[in-house]
Write a protein of this length. Structure first.
Length: 154
């Protein structure tokens, strides 16, 4: 079985509109990554990191350090997605990193206290701003999976 890599921007047919997904994802990663280098954003994500079984070890770098590491990873993801508009394997790698990012942030629903609450009927609802902020990552994960699948064909 041979794996072929492709780029949405260089494709025809049904794949070329996925270029819009790439560039909107790039914008999101750059926007959020830059914020990670501010004290405000570092403090805002600290509880998410502290409660995560996957990235709580970043606490060893301090609140600002952990945010800078995450911001650097996000900028690297954006760079790979940008390069991926011309180099197919970079497209797949950037999309895979983006998927990993949104899988991780979606896991914060389960690890961060207070992101999801139960209403009187017992059904879980996203009633906090933090939970609502994280909810968008489910849609972004789906977009990144579509970009990854478009970047790799078997």
């Amino acid at each position: 079985m041979t794996v072929h890599f492709q780029v949405a921007e260089l494709s025809s047919g049904s794949y070329w509109p996925l270029a819009f997904l790439r560039w909107s994802t790039v914008a999101i990663f750059i926007w959020f990554a830059i914020q990670k280098f501010t004290a405000y954003a570092a403090e805002a994500i600290a509880p998410l990191i502290a409660n995560s079984p996957f990235v709580s070890w970043l606490g060893a770098f301090g609140v600002r350090g952990e945010a800078r590491i995450i911001g650097t990873i996000e900028l690297t993801t954006a760079a790979l997605l940008i390069i991926g508009s011309m180099i197919p394997i970079a497209s797949a790698l950037g999309a895979a990193m983006a998927c990993g990012t949104f899988l991780l942030t979606t896991s914060f629903f389960f690890s961060t206290p207070g992101t999801v609450q139960k209403n009187p009927t017992g059904f879980p609802i996203v009633a906090t701003l933090l939970g609502q902020f994280l909810l968008k990552d489910i849609g972004l994960l789906a977009a990144c999976v579509a970009l990854l699948l478009a970047s790799v064909s078997l």
